[in-house]
Ligand binder design. Structure first.
Ligand SMILES: Nc1ncnc2c1ncn2[C@@H]1O[C@H](COP(=O)(O)OP(=O)(O)OP(=O)(O)O)[C@@H](O)[C@H]1O
Ligand SMILES: [Zn+2]
Length: 739
């Protein structure tokens, strides 16, 4: 039973006062809840505050109320928030994303409302300015406040900002207000971002670049959904090309979103946007302040932000008219969100673009196999840039056969690689030694009893971090001091590091090359994204001779002086049984090698390997990329593996091992809904990392045909059970990791 609308002339999508509306809240409830539209009514999609028990919670008017119960008991919406209503496109996106990832809709709504102060409504804030003569009593603190105000030169400044700039407590400022010297006034909090000028001249594009740029401009002009793989070798100018698509989108008056896989890359990208369009874009990632997040969220909704550069969560921003999404380095595994709501931002970008009528550009030198196949089958358009820009040429890649190198124990830099580095040092060029292992040594072993030091909470070995002087678990982050005696047998002084991490490699390099400036680039070495950015910039300017880095350095940085890349262990990624081991190794090696020789001087990449004849190593060396993808695709097709078949991972965890094992078996026994769609269930089996943070983990794997209705079947299957309390069930559709 639905209440009649207040007035028959109400516009579509508007509910008059007293009409029954369904509100989706961010609370973990199974369904929407019915409320009465408030005084003045509300629009479909309106952000509202509603009573839930004793509390007020945030919600969105999702549609007409479901009714079917006593209307007298339905409570009215408390108030409609002063932000633009959620658009139908966004509602559809959240609903489809929820269905795809098997995530409850309220959790999706939480992703879409991750800005502070939406309900706060305080659109104004107090800012301070000079208002009268100097106070009768002038103190040093007061003088500093007035100096600081002058220094701000009329820019809006809040109490806390002013206090911080002047180095005084807020009471000093309040004293000046009382004295009439300065005044606080309310001013709008959220202001639009500076306009970008798409018609400023960009760089002169090469013929190849121009061809690709024109195709992307056309896609942007066409105004509907399209998906394009922009595949260009490292240093070919993909960024310059897709900025042309951004320009065309802005000309059409629509908004653009550029996703980057790594916050550390944003500084360089923003500088390029500023050079191209004369102003900075809006930034959205974990390093952005709350005030700025709030401003961005609102401005995106109101159209006061034309271009957003951000992390994967920027996909859930309330764009008013999204015309373009660029996913840069689209193959990057960090686009997969692995906890909380598990989703792949690359796939969600395509979904959102299709609903918004936007163009999506997936850019990479080494695309994911999924995207490569989509381009092969014509589902996506494909544009290729096959040469580096300008004088730069692709680096020569060759292998160092470690079987014939003379390697003393506990050394990892072969004589051949050392020679090559030595030549760079003499020439004043930079070398990068790449090792994808953080810390000093991956294993700490007791030479008396053979025990390895493990984490107390996880089924994982502790990694020594000599820089921090601790052992650290890379699963849960727990740390402990390096003991002097073996925790197993008590032997004193017999613990030894085994294997290399970047810190140990730096030690070896320092012993080899006295006086060389060595910099370690590894995420755990930097307290903040800002510090990391600064270090990357310094290195680009030449502040280091030898860079020792983890995969952090593989991601699109430009180091113009870098001419040699040495990969310490090219076999590392090939060891696992991971479905994507070959693909990942191929991508990573090609990307890392691509850091070399990006300016005038040619680059070289040397891969230390014990198996130079391995097909993946050979493919990396030969550079015959298309053949590699072809072969990899064939193998996956034969195995019915993604992207030709579908997978879903089910992870059960509990502090009680028996409980989680029993529940796993129960799930496996009642798999009829899965069999009904021809899917196969494997497991339960203890997860490769069988315990994390004290929780025992059991995995099941579902394999289905590409077209099978997998999510619906999983929902029916899981719907048969009530997990015992304490058991957590995580569904990972299209899993990327299997730990
Ligand atoms: N047409 C051009 N005119 C001037 N400079 C250019 C041009 N094209 C590319 N460049 C420069 O060449 C370098 C490489 O370009 P860009 O970073 O766009 O390449 P990319 O393909 O995105 O590389 P990667 O995949 O390694 O990130 C940059 O410094 C860029 O400014
Ligand atoms: Zn741990």
């Amino acid at each position: 039973m639905t209440a009649p609308p207040e007035s028959p002339a109400a516009p579509p999508g508007h509910y008059g006062r007293g009409a029954l509306v369904a509100v989706l809240t961010t609370q973990p409830l199974a369904t929407t809840l019915d409320y009465l539209a408030p005084e003045g009514g509300c629009h479909l999609g309106a952000f509202v505050e509603v009573p839930l028990g004793p509390r007020q919670v945030l919600g969105v008017v999702w549609g007409p109320g479901k009714g079917g119960f006593d209307l007298a008991k339905v409570r009215p919406v408390t108030r409609v928030l002063d932000v633009p209503p959620m658009r139908a496109e966004m509602q559809a996106f959240l609903a489809r994303a929820a269905d795809y990832t098997l995530t409850p809709l309220p959790a999706m709504l939480r992703l879409a409302t991750r800005a502070p102060g939406l309900a706060g409504g305080a659109m104004m804030r107090k800012v301070y300015r000079r208002a009268g003569p100097e106070p009768a009593r002038m103190t040093e603190g007061r003088a500093r406040v007035l100096d600081a105000l002058d220094a701000f030169g009329g820019a809006a400044v809040t109490l806390s900002e002013l206090a911080e700039a002047a180095g005084v407590s807020p009471s000093v400022i309040k004293g000046l207000v009382k004295a009439g010297t300065i005044a606080g006034e309310d001013s709008p909090r959220d202001t639009p971002y500076p306009r970008l000028d798409p018609d400023r001249p960009g760089v002169a594009l090469t013929e190849d670049q121009e061809r690709a740029a024109e195709a992307l401009r056309q896609a942007a002009r066409a105004g509907g959904f399209s998906a394009t793989l922009l595949k260009g070798v490292t240093g070919s100018g993909k960024t310059e090309v897709y900025l042309e698509a951004v320009a065309e989108t802005l000309r059409a008056g629509r908004q653009a979103l550029v996703l980057l896989p790594e916050i550390a890359l944003t500084a360089e990208f923003i500088a390029r946007v500023e050079a191209r369009f004369g102003a900075r874009p809006a930034e959205w990632h974990s390093g952005v302040t709350m005030t700025e997040r709030r401003r961005l969220w609102r401005m995106v909704a109101e159209g006061g932000a034309e271009l957003v550069v951000g992390a994967r969560s920027a996909l859930f921003l309330p764009f008013r008219d999204l015309g373009l999404i660029v996913v840069d380095e689209e193959h990057d595994s960090s686009y997969k969100q692995e906890d909380g709501v598990i989703y792949n931002a690359r796939d969600m970008a395509v979904l959102r673009a299709s609903l918004a009528g936007a163009a999506v550009v997936l850019a990479s030198a080494t695309p994911s196999l999924e995207t490569w196949v989509n381009a092969q089958t014509g589902k996506y358009a494909r544009l290729d840039l096959t040469t580096r820009y300008g004088a730069a040429v692709m680096p020569a890649i060759s292998a160092i056969d470690m079987r014939s190198e003379d390697m003393p124990a506990a050394h990892w830099i072969s004589p051949s690689l050392a020679q090559a580095v030595g030549r760079r040092l003499e020439a004043g060029e930079q070398s990068l030694l790449f090792l994808n292992r953080r810390g000093y040594a991956p294993v700490t072993l007791c030479r008396a009893c053979g025990a390895q030091i493990g984490c107390d909470h996880c089924d994982a070995r502790m990694v020594e971090h000599r820089f921090l002087k601790r052992l650290m678990c890379h699963q849960c982050g727990a740390t402990k001091p390096v003991p002097s005696a073996c925790p197993s047998c008590g032997a004193e002084g017999r613990l030894a590091p085994v294997g290399p991490g970047v810190e140990r490699l730096a030690e070896e390099a320092a012993a080899l090359w006295h006086g060389a400036r060595i910099a370690i680039l590894s995420s755990d070495r930097f307290a903040s994204a800002r510090a990391l950015k600064a270090q990357i910039e310094a290195i680009a300017q030449g502040a280091a001779d030898i860079i020792i880095g983890t995969q952090l350095v593989a991601k699109g940085h430009n180091f113009p002086l870098l001419t040699l890349v040495g990969v310490i262990d090219a076999d590392l990624g090939l060891q696992g049984s991971d479905l994507r081991a070959a693909e990942r190794t191929f991508q990573l090696m090609r990307q890392v090698a691509g850091r070399a020789g990006r300016a005038e001087r040619p680059g070289e990449a040397l891969l230390q390997t014990f198996q130079p004849e391995h097909p993946v190593i050979r493919a990396i060396l030969s550079g015959e990329e298309e053949r590699f993808w072809q072969a990899e695709a064939e193998e996956r097709r034969a195995a019915g593996a993604p992207p030709f078949g579908r997978l879903a991972g089910i992870i059960l965890s509990s502090t009680d091992l028996a409980q989680v094992s029993d529940f796993g078996r129960e799930l496996a026994m009642m798999d009829a809904p899965l069999r009904a769609i021809g899917a196969r269930l494997f497991g339960p089996a203890p997860a490769p990392i069988a315990r994390i943070r004290g929780r025992h983990r059991v995995r099941l794997l579902i394999k289905a045909e590409k077209t099978a209705p997998l999510q619906a079947a999983i929902a029916r299957w899981l719907g048969q059970f009530r997990p015992p309390s304490g058991v957590r069930v995580t569904v990972d559709i299209d899993p990327q990791s299997f730990y």
